[in-house]
Design a protein. Structure first.
Length: 186
């Protein structure tokens, strides 16, 4: 009986290791921008970025034309905010990296009068949650906001505030992250 339990435990560990190995860019990445960088980039509102990539939780039967192969949790802190703005998206392989959908939020709140990116207590557009691309870089990963504005609700809130990042905002769309210990993403 003990041999069977050990073999079953070893099989589970092997399966988890293989799933991780088959997930491109799996791991934890982070960057905290220092005051010198922020001083040189006066319009950058993003102060801290963390990214965790793991094997997907979406089953193959739920997938469409591009089956998801990873899940990515993107967390961003702005200004003096204590809580992060988060997006958990399913990702698929594209070119040399991943493209991930932004989180869908069910929040029902007023529509913003402006489409300008930034922190808002209203929603810019409730029809699209945006996308981000993740590309490998030496010692880390590059996260880029692509196609449309990415909506990130604040941690633990369904009614706002929301952070909006736009692919047209050069100061707040590209984030070069370094590999970080797994414990940083816990």
């Amino acid at each position: 009986m003990m041999k069977r339990l050990r073999r079953a435990g070893a099989a589970i560990c092997l399966a988890a290791t293989q799933a991780r190995a088959e997930t491109p860019l799996a791991g934890c990445y982070e960057r905290i921008y220092d005051e010198a960088h922020l001083g040189a980039h006066r319009h950058q509102i993003v102060r801290h970025v963390r990214l965790k990539i793991a094997p997907t939780s979406v089953s193959p039967s739920e997938s469409g034309a591009k089956p998801p192969i990873a899940d990515a949790l993107l967390q961003i802190w702005t200004g003096e905010q204590k809580k992060s703005f988060d997006s958990l998206g399913a990702c698929w392989s594209e070119a040399d990296g991943l493209v991930c959908n932004g989180s869908d939020s069910a929040a029902e709140t007023r529509v913003c009068k402006t489409k300008t990116p930034g922190v808002r207590d209203c929603r810019i557009d409730d029809a699209h949650s945006g996308r981000f691309r993740i590309a490998p870089r030496p010692g880390g990963a590059l996260v880029v906001i692509v196609l449309e504005t990415l909506e990130l609700p604040q941690t633990g809130s369904d009614v706002g505030p929301f952070l909006y990042l736009s692919p047209s905002d050069a100061q707040n769309r590209d984030f070069l992250l370094k590999a970080a210990p797994e414990k940083a993403c816990k």
